[in-house]
Design a protein around this ligand. Structure first.
Ligand code: MTE
Ligand code: MO
Length: 312
């Protein structure tokens, strides 16, 4: 018998119901804020569903969407542990309201956004993107967000801005994985400014038409579909524009394995395994990995003349 005192609420209530309750608690402030600010065509209805989402056929794949169950239970979010099931088990502990995101650095108008205001900077769209993990699996997920470029426009960059640095929240009391030095916390990622402005780069608040489950990076993350999954940092508290290249958590951990660019590239192996093939979650037979994860038409020009083996 387990010691009753040690039983987590998630073990008493079936986990998914517990998480939904947490989600509903978190969202109530959002719907109230949404009702008070009228101009946005997007509103949240029952079960945290975004209504009136514009679909984005130009930027969406027509491939089969991964089922929500897999996309929300098989995750990498080391702040909650290194097992694929840890984020699903533990992410309910993260309090996603109130939440502020600092947008700062080389900008004329730095700003602390309340998450419910950040959500309204531009109309939210649904974008169905492939996301491939450096470990060799991939998913197809309908994300909800707007182009990061829309936010960048509102803060007016200075001429010195050349890179963007994303920082995840640091809260070891709510994120048990941060109690161990698996990575240098907080999790930091980054990219070049032209990559951040590319129309594919999505500031993301939801998936499958609903607000993001905590384990997928609630309340806001970035999704950069032509790069390995770890570039798409979750649960952001800071978006900083910098003159020099950010030092990322993965580069600090293993610089010879995880480069700054980390573009999906079947021709550049990870030092410990090939990147030629991938397993789409839900499929049995492996498929070939495509250069830039199949987004070459949108992003190949960003790397003209660059040696991608050197800048991996
Ligand atoms: N803060 C933070 N962001 C993160 C990670 C992480 O460990 N911490 N893991 C990354 C990795 S390795 C992948 S593959 C994707 C997975 O996103 P998903 O769980 O929503 O599919 O999140 C990325 N973002
Ligand atoms: Mo990953």
């Amino acid at each position: 018998m387990k010691n009753l005192k040690k039983i987590k609420p998630s073990e008493v209530t079936p986990l998914r119901i517990w998480q939904r309750r947490r989600l509903l608690k978190g969202i109530s402030s959002l719907s109230i804020a949404g009702a008070s600010l009228t101009p946005s065509p997007i509103s949240l209805a029952g079960e945290n569903t975004f209504e009136g989402l514009k679909k984005s056929p130009v930027f969406s794949t027509k491939e089969d969407v991964t089922d929500f169950q897999s996309a929300s239970t098989y995750n990498n979010f080391y702040e909650f542990g290194t097992d694929k099931s840890d984020p699903y088990k533990f992410a309910y502990q993260l309090e996603t309201r109130p939440w502020t995101v600092e947008v700062h650095g080389e900008v004329k108008k730095s700003k602390q956004y309340d998450i419910d205001d950040l959500l309204k900077v531009a109309p939210l769209e649904e974008r169905i993107y492939r996301l491939r993990c450096v470990e060799g699996w991939s998913m197809v997920i309908p994300w909800v967000g707007y182009q990061l470029s829309k936010l960048i426009k509102t803060v007016e960059l200075t001429g010195n801005a050349k890179f963007v640095e994303f920082t995840t929240v640091y809260r070891p009391e709510q994120m048990p994985g941060q109690k161990r030095e698996v990575l240098k916390w907080p999790y930091v990622e980054g990219m070049r400014l032209d990559e951040a402005i590319n129309p594919l780069t999505l500031l993301t608040f939801g998936m499958y038409g609903k607000i993001l489950p905590n384990q997928n990076g609630s309340p806001v993350r970035v999704v950069v579909p032509w790069k390995y999954g770890f570039k798409s940092a979750k649960s952001l508290v800071s978006i900083k524009f910098t003159e020099s290249q950010p030092q990322t958590a993965w580069m600090l951990a293993a610089p010879n394995e995880y480069g700054f660019y980390s573009n999906v590239n079947p021709d550049v192996s990870h030092p410990r395994w090939s990147q030629r093939m991938e397993r789409r979650i839900g499929e049995f037979r492996k498929r070939k990995t495509l250069i830039f994860n199949g987004y070459a038409d949108h992003v190949a020009h960003l790397y003209n003349g660059m040696d991608l083996k050197r800048y991996f």
